[in-house]
Ligand binder design. Sequence first.
Ligand code: ISE
Length: 357
Amino acid sequence: MTTTETAAGVLPAMAEVPAAELRVAVLGVGMMGADHVARLYSRVSGARVVAVSDAAADRAAEVAAGVPGCRVLADPMTAIADPEVDAVVIATPGQFHHDQVLACIEQGKPVLCEKPLTMEAESSLAVVRAEDEYAARTGRRLVQIGFMRRFDPEYAELRGLIASGGLGEPLLVHCAHRNAAVPPHFTSQMMITDSVVHEVDVARFLLDEEITAVTVLRPRATRHAVAGQSDPLLVLFETEGGRMVDVECFVSTGVGYEVRTEVVAEDGVAVIGLDTGLVRQSRASAGAVRSGTITPSFKERFGRAYDIQVQRWVDAARRGGIDGPGVWDGYAAAAVGEAGVAALESGRRTEVRMAAR
Ligand code: ISE
């Protein structure tokens, strides 16, 4: 059997892409969902958005109006069950994911679910078990999780370099995750579950092993922090193989979007996310200056990654599978996130409790 190296690891090669277009329903058309609708409409081939659903009816109507032939279905469960819907993108708030993903599995429909898979490790594990049971019956996986960084060309190259042995054994990973600003409801817990969750997935993706313990430190907070928030945070992951990953999470820098990852290995160091772009040197009243532009938000920084992710998901769904992180990755992220929140609250090193696969 031939195999291919994918964002999920090594998978058996799948059959040719069938001719029929994938008819997609997008649930939740806030910032991320609306972005996926636009991407499916204008940049992704082999799929079309046939339905949208959102708790805000006017928002759903506005998004649907921009896509010929797209219906508004008020109830997301109706959209999942609709016979003219082949596959589903879930971009609703996290508390709805559990029921919606389970409904997709029940209907046998491929689904791309934005993170989190569900709100707790236990409910994520229930989804893992449900999809495992479906896969045992049909030989097909249905659920892909929207950890888009795996599709970013820089992250993919870094993983390839590590996997090739070109750097030697990785020992440490240093990560910076900085946002210019976050909304007022964004708590310190959300810095772990909404922001650092990406580094959880990146660490697992790059190092190919599980995270076993988390420590969270609260340095002096910026005066720009959302009220009551400890911003920045310093997070330390320990892995099964004794490696360590540190993450500076700083979500009110007021500057721009900076996501940097540096792998320190036995035979070298590799870094991505320098965001250098064009660097300009010019005269200024106080002397010559060197300047460039900092990417404003994750939509620009990871725009290409989102496009690649959705295209590969569509191609895989049309062949009857997934091509990217799956339910186990969603569960692992939830389990590490739970340990992270406990570590934040207790100030103590906290072990990750994960079930056996
Ligand atoms: C947001 O939800 C994301 O997923 C972004 O990638 C992340 O950088 C940001 O901190 C989160 O709030």
